[in-house]
Design a protein around this ligand. Structure first.
Ligand SMILES: Cc1ncc(COP(=O)(O)O)c(C=O)c1O
Length: 387
């Protein structure tokens, strides 16, 4: 018998879907997966070299500091200063994480009591909702819509009963819609958190992808009083499988989360941390080279979406393209199913990110141009040609 806390928590959507795709592949269907945002390009060669050299040393294999290696914390501080214009104390204001996904859970476990509420974006990354629930809290979705450029509806939020709300999850550049924040939105978030005594948790893994101005919510004046930020090397350094992220914020908050986290894991393999530190030192050339590849792929994805008769905003950032479904389909699930079963191409239905995503699909840029062309040909040749 599973614990009550698992009630209403399904297996992660992609975990089940990938099993179905594996089954299809065993039947010889050779499905092209345009669903997941797992970068297919490798990290910089110097990063791999650092890992190899550090792993070959005899003194790097023990348990590590719960607060992460000072080398990695210093590298995160340098990265935040260089790219986001934010000053952080590497000794007290940075906590390396085993990916930012675990940080979402740690924050919920650290701050939510049974009955506490947390605002979560609809549409948004599904983990916010499950982490809030697993921690015993109640998710309160707030609507993001195209008509408001995927920013919160402030009027509606101010009218919401916020008495029990302790946390608000926000994420810009926003996944899945690819919307960037602007200064006004960030300032408003900090002001909202301050006035209502809500901890604003900003999840920021996409700020370097097809985006020439990375931004941190911590750059807003006095933000550290009410903001915690998560960041990650998964997307911008092509290191998703390495599991490296960080929590950034005020010393007191970092120590509070560490009280929970230090009871969960025993640190990260030192060579991984040293290699991550190397990755954080990479310059503009690196980000430009990664983005040049995504830029070309995005053009192909636009063409593929044209074949599907979808509409989309060309001014999106991040690792995906978000598009409205064509007429004649009930929702994004119907489009995704038609493309998967008809053409052996998997694209993500927008509804998995919340009800406000029902009329959309999301296409990943983590597939080669060749695969994208192949997908387009398959779609042209099957479902869409029979419409
Ligand atoms: C919005 C968002 N936050 C967090 C994550 C998790 O990133 P990480 O690999 O750092 O755990 C993802 C990954 O897809 C994401 O889309």
């Amino acid at each position: 018998m599973t614990a009550q806390r698992l009630e209403g928590i399904g297996e992660y959507y992609f975990s089940t879907k990938l099993r179905e795709i594996d089954d299809m592949n065993r039947q010889g269907r050779q499905v092209i997966n345009l669903g997941i945002g797992s970068p297919d390009q490798p990290p910089h060669p110097e990063v791999i070299k650092t890992l190899q050299e550090a792993a070959a040393r005899p003194d790097t294999h023990g348990y590590q500091n719960y607060k992460g290696s000072p080398v990695l914390r210093k590298a995160f501080a340098g990265w935040y200063n260089t790219w986001y214009g934010v000053d952080l104390d590497p000794d007290t204001e940075i906590l390396p994480l085993i990916g930012s996904k675990e940080g979402i859970m740690h924050i919920c476990m650290t701050y939510l009591n049974e009955g506490d509420e947390a605002l979560i974006p609809n549409p948004g990354y599904p983990t916010y909702q499950s982490a809030v629930k697993l921690a015993g809290g109640t998710p309160v979705p707030y609507t993001l819509s195209a008509s408001k450029n995927w920013a919160p509806d402030w009027e509606a939020l101010e009218k919401t009963d916020l008495k029990k709300v302790k946390l608000m999850w926000v994420n810009y550049p926003h996944m899945p819609t690819g919307q960037r924040a602007n200064k006004e939105l960030f300032e408003r978030l900090v002001d909202f958190g301050r006035r209502h005594n809500i901890l604003i948790c900003h999840d920021n893994p996409y700020s370097f992808i097809l985006n020439d101005r990375p931004e941190s919510l911590l750059a807003v004046k006095n933000a550290k009083d009410v903001v915690l930020e998560l960041n990650s090397l998964s997307k911008s350094q092509n290191m998703a499988g390495w599991r490296i992220g960080a929590l950034l914020g005020a010393q007191q908050r970092i120590n509070e989360v560490l009280r929970f986290k230090s009871n969960m894991d025993s640190g990260m393999f030192l060579p991984v941390q040293l290699a991550a530190a190397k990755a954080l030192e990479l310059g503009k050339d690196w980000y430009d080279s990664v983005n040049a590849v995504y830029q070309k792929r995005r053009e192909k994805v636009f063409q593929l979406l044209d074949v599907l008769n979808c509409t989309y905003d060309k001014d999106q950032v991040g690792l995906f393209v978000w598009a409205s479904i064509p007429e004649g389909y009930k929702d994004g699930y119907a489009v995704s199913d038609a493309v998967l079963y008809g053409s052996n191409v998997f694209i993500t239905p927008g509804g998995i990110f919340g009800s406000e995503g029902n009329g959309y699909i999301r296409v990943s840029l983590c597939a080669t141009e060749e695969k994208l062309e192949q997908s387009m040909e398959r779609i042209k040749a099957t479902v869409w040609s029979s419409r």
